[in-house]
Design a protein around this ligand. Structure first.
Ligand SMILES: [Zn+2]
Length: 81
């Protein structure tokens, strides 16, 4: 989502950062100045995550950690400054 929720026009990418789970981009609306952040999580990672639901019990801890991280990313994607 790189369109301003207020104006519906395309935001300019101000910053791109590599994150553990993908790319993090900062956008700003050229009209109203609204800023927001998006995450691009690679498809294969989401796929891996889904497969991890069936992993052995000794790796459940890791699954929980990854689950938390993904939830956090998705929450942040929806939020704005
Ligand atoms: Zn705007």
């Amino acid at each position: 989502m790189n369109f301003c929720q207020d104006c519906g026009i395309k935001g300019g990418c101000m910053q791109t950062r590599r994150d553990v789970l993908g790319k993090r981009r900062r956008y700003q609306c050229p009209k109203c100045g609204r800023r927001w952040t998006t995450y691009e999580v690679p498809e294969e990672l989401v796929d891996k995550y889904r497969k991890m639901r069936n992993i052995a019990p000794d790796r459940q801890h890791r699954l929980q950690q990854m689950s938390k991280t993904l939830e956090k990313l998705l929450a942040e994607e929806m939020s704005c400054d």
